[in-house]
Design a protein around this ligand. Structure first.
Ligand SMILES: *Cc1c(COP(=O)(O)O)cnc(C)c1O
Length: 361
């Protein structure tokens, strides 16, 4: 089989080594005679998998004991509802920072539960998009929490600054940002992320929450989205997606072996730098995002002549580069280069881009 690099935005690439282990263990997991998918989530064996996954994630992200880690279902979109239901008691308000597609979706969902304030931080100057620094965010006085998205997966926009707002609960949609670099957890109160971008297969959603925010069981929240309920049951109130949990655990072990987040952060910088440098050095490809807000996970760009798009995707595919099509609502090209994408994959894309430009430019 020829090497194929998968630039899908999600479900996305999983490290080859991890898939290899999963394959080897699939039919006879730890000499149990069955696969991990076929045993009880309450068994001693699976409980061990769950404990190790949490421990490895805590090690990787340096999560203090004052935070709980919950594994639940419903994806990031489930959290769009869970966050207001769990954090707001009455019809209080919350600030929703608008940086792009996903943060807007979170805002729209929150309207069902409260009167959220949308705060636009995106601006366009001379055709270049940038995001306002946090010091210029128009936070409202009465909001209980601030919700924002540090990496807009579709728009290719990132916020690298860490929040520091007094007396506000900080909630982050980390779906395509988690584990891509080191962060200081203490700057956040609640982080959530669907697994299918930078963790493992779809099906599991990770929540890292300051323990003191987990209060009494909510009257309105469905039990499966209730932080207190999930926490009391050690993330096993209902049957969890055990395979997804197991595989995410293997990814955490892989990341530790690769040198942890410091090392992966360096590599992610290198990978994205290589790609943006290629784009910037040509008049054939274009990216219109201010440098400080360019995503290192989702590199979004266009061909100056969009008529060439289809042929670009077709030839890229023949070159062993798949899933480069931009999201249907923005079009263009998007190369998602999460942790699992090796440097060689990005080099191969850059090589193809030069080759393509030479023939069509
Ligand atoms: C993919 C994505 C979502 C949606 O995730 P689901 O798990 O499909 O609900 C939300 N936010 C961000 C930032 C994403 O990248």
């Amino acid at each position: 089989m020829n090497v194929v690099y998968n630039f899908s935005a999600g479900p996305a690439m999983i490290p080859k080594e991890v898939l290899y282990i999963a394959k080897k263990e699939l039919q006879n997991w730890k000499k149990s005679g069955s696969s991990i998918m076929e045993i009880s989530h309450r068994s001693k064996e699976f409980t061990q998998v769950a404990i190790e996954a949490e421990k490895d994630l805590r090690d990787l992200m340096s999560i203090p004991d004052s935070y709980r880690v919950l594994f639940c279902q419903g994806g990031a979109r489930g959290q769009f509802s869970a966050v207001p239901m769990n954090l707001l008691r009455n019809a209080e308000s919350a600030d929703y920072i608008d940086s792009g597609y996903w943060s807007q979706c979170a805002f729209i969902e929150a309207k069902k539960y409260c009167i959220p304030q949308s705060i636009l931080i995106r601006k366009k100057i001379n055709e270049k998009t940038s995001l306002l620094p946090m010091s210029e965010w128009n936070i409202t006085k009465n909001s209980v929490y601030i919700h924002y998205c540090p990496n807009e997966t579709i728009d290719g926009l990132s916020i690298y600054e860490e929040p520091n707002f007094e007396n506000k609960i900080i909630v982050g949609d980390f779906s395509s940002f988690i584990l891509s670099r080191t962060i200081n957890i203490e700057n956040y109160d609640l982080i959530y992320a669907g697994a299918q971008k930078n963790i493992g297969p779809a099906g599991i959603t990770i929540i890292i929450i300051r323990e003191k925010l987990i209060r009494h069981i909510s009257k309105i929240s469905p039990s499966i989205l209730d932080y207190k309920k999930i926490s009391e049951h050690n993330s096993m109130f209902n049957t969890p997606p055990t395979f997804s949990w197991y595989l995410s655990g293997l990814v955490f072990k892989w990341l530790k072996k690769e040198g942890g987040l410091k090392r992966i952060e360096k590599l992610n910088k290198k990978k994205s730098h290589l790609l943006y440098t290629k784009i910037d050095s040509s008049n054939f490809y274009i990216n219109k995002i201010e440098h400080k807000n360019r995503s290192q996970m989702n590199v979004v760009f266009d061909l100056v002549d969009p008529k060439l798009n289809e042929i670009f995707f077709k030839e890229a595919f023949q070159f062993g580069l798949m899933a480069l099509r931009g999201h249907r609502i923005v079009g263009g090209i998007r190369a998602s280069i999460y942790n699992a994408m090796p440097l060689e994959g990005v080099k191969s894309l850059v090589k193809f881009m030069s080759y393509f430009e030479k023939r069509y430019g």
